[in-house]
Ligand binder design. Structure first.
Ligand SMILES: Nc1ncnc2c1ncn2[C@@H]1O[C@H](COP(=O)(O)OP(=O)(O)OP(=O)(O)O)[C@@H](O)[C@H]1O
Ligand code: SF4
Ligand SMILES: [Mg+2]
Length: 426
């Protein structure tokens, strides 16, 4: 442990986070006992269906929450501070310095009445209060160039409406990087873009991460994108983290039936024509009326009676729970290790989709982004070091992570979140 209860090598440590909204239908629990670590220099992907609480989790880290939050408990530790306990002024300081955010829709984040250059200069003030304006302008132009804005010297004088959607998202990325954040939070940064521009932005984010290292949370509905850009994954369902692990573990060997179902719904570029898109039967439960047992029970092909008793806790695979012991004796239902002839498959969708280990359509996991680790929780020795020398003029992310030799090592022999799933049948 390092300072104030925050594990070593962890940029943000979340423990027992509960967040509830006041709604006309009564209290609605959007995050339920969430515990996650964001490893320094690592990228954590947050996945889950719409309404699963991904944006709420990131908003809680930044403490940018709507007025109808009626319950907020637990801890979010970063830099030795509990963010939930900080005075509003201190929290304001951290936004745009320690944390920066890339929003899904750049138009809502960029001010339409100010020139791009003015906005990029002003946001650097928090980090560099004494640098002359001309130098901040130069840095803004250099960063626009770096994120692929053509004629950056001229375009820096333009207004947001003069940029295309893809260009605006590049400007948002430039803005986030100019803040030199220790932690970059990206909430579906490519969802509003067409596939061609999305591909460009993904490549850009990937290149910037390789170049600058840094710590990132990436929210996306696309598991392919998560596989491309992230080291670790957390799967959220109705405000509960149901599975964690490295990208390779979770995408190649999913444990939780919900993760398997999500993977089975992923559409690959090579998907055959005319085959209907898969979806998970049923609906995400109403967070104002959560069931007492497993929140996925109503949609799970593996459900048994014991599942409805209590929400299973996250635990490592194979570590027996009381309820799991009960399932060992239970004869009903298919094996979670694979489809049983004549029974629904573990993903609960169609029988041609295999369980753990199945190839994932459209998910290409680059070895640079992933490495399965042994059960001890330490990455295997074959993990690529991800060393990239920092260009002298580069704006550095995660400066606290820069080791003595001046390079950033991404995900060095460290693993923030152990392999876990919240299902009594793993
Ligand atoms: N201000 C609010 N008041 C009441 N409920 C809210 C409020 N904001 C969010 N919610 C609810 O909290 C849950 C989580 O919402 P959130 O926006 O975090 O989901 P998400 O995973 O980001 O979804 P999406 O993929 O659609 O962006 C949803 O059920 C949503 O309706
Ligand atoms: S505990 Fe596991 S098997 Fe049971 S309903 Fe939940 S996800 Fe399905
Ligand atoms: Mg969202």
């Amino acid at each position: 442990m390092s300072d104030a209860g925050q594990p070593d090598g962890v940029a943000v440590s979340i423990r027992g986070l509960n967040l509830g909204f006041r709604t006309p239908r009564g209290p609605a629990l959007a995050l339920r006992d969430v515990s996650l670590d964001l490893g320094r220099g690592r990228a954590l992907g947050l996945v889950g269906e719409s309404g699963s609480g991904k944006s709420t989790l990131v908003s809680a880290i930044l403490r940018l929450l709507p007025g109808n939050v009626e319950r907020l408990s637990g801890e979010i530790r970063s830099g030795g501070e509990d963010l939930l306990q900080l005075a509003p002024e201190r929290m304001r300081q951290l936004r745009g310095t320690r944390f920066a955010m890339i929003f899904q829709d750049p138009m809502t984040a960029l001010n339409p009445v100010f020139r791009i250059g003015t906005q990029l200069v002003d946001l650097q003030r928090a980090r560099h209060p004494r640098l002359p304006r001309a130098l901040l302008h130069e840095r803004a132009v250099a960063m626009l160039r770096r994120v692929g804005i053509p004629e950056a010297e001229r375009r820096v004088h333009g207004y947001p409406h003069e940029f295309s959607g893809g260009m605006r998202q590049r400007v948002m990325i430039a803005a986030a990087l100019l803040a030199e954040p220790e932690v970059l939070l990206a909430d579906e940064p490519t969802t509003a873009l067409d596939p061609t521009v999305e591909g460009q932005i993904v490549r850009l984010l990937s290149a910037l991460r390789a170049e600058m290292g840094g710590t990132m949370v990436l929210i996306s509905h696309s598991l392919a994108l998560i596989g491309e850009l992230c080291d670790d994954v957390a799967v959220l369902y109705a405000g509960v983290v149901v599975e964690t692990g490295t990208v390779r573990e979770v995408l190649e060997q999913p444990l939780h039936p919900y993760t398997r179902a999500l993977l089975a719904c992923e559409v690959g570029a090579d998907a055959p024509r005319g085959v209907p898109l898969r979806s998970i039967p049923g609906e995400v439960p109403d967070i104002a009326r959560l069931p007492p047992g497993c929140i996925f029970a109503d949609r799970c092909a593996l459900v048994i009676e014991a599942c409805r008793a209590a929400q299973p806790a996250l635990r490592p695979p194979g570590e027996a729970s009381a309820a799991g012991a009960a399932t060992a004796a239970a004869p009903s239902g298919p094996s979670p290790d694979g489809p049983v002839p004549g029974n629904p498959t573990a993903d609960g969708l169609t029988p041609d989709v295999a369980g753990p280990g199945a190839a994932i359509p459209g998910v290409a996991i680059s070895s640079a982004a992933t490495s399965a680790g042994p059960a001890s929780g330490v990455l295997a020795g074959d993990a690529p070091p991800h060393e990239a020398p920092l260009p002298a003029d580069a704006v550095r992310m995660g400066r606290g992570d820069t080791p003595r030799n001046g390079t950033i090592r991404r995900g060095d022999a460290f693993r923030a979140n152990a392999r876990m799933a919240a299902c009594i049948r793993i």
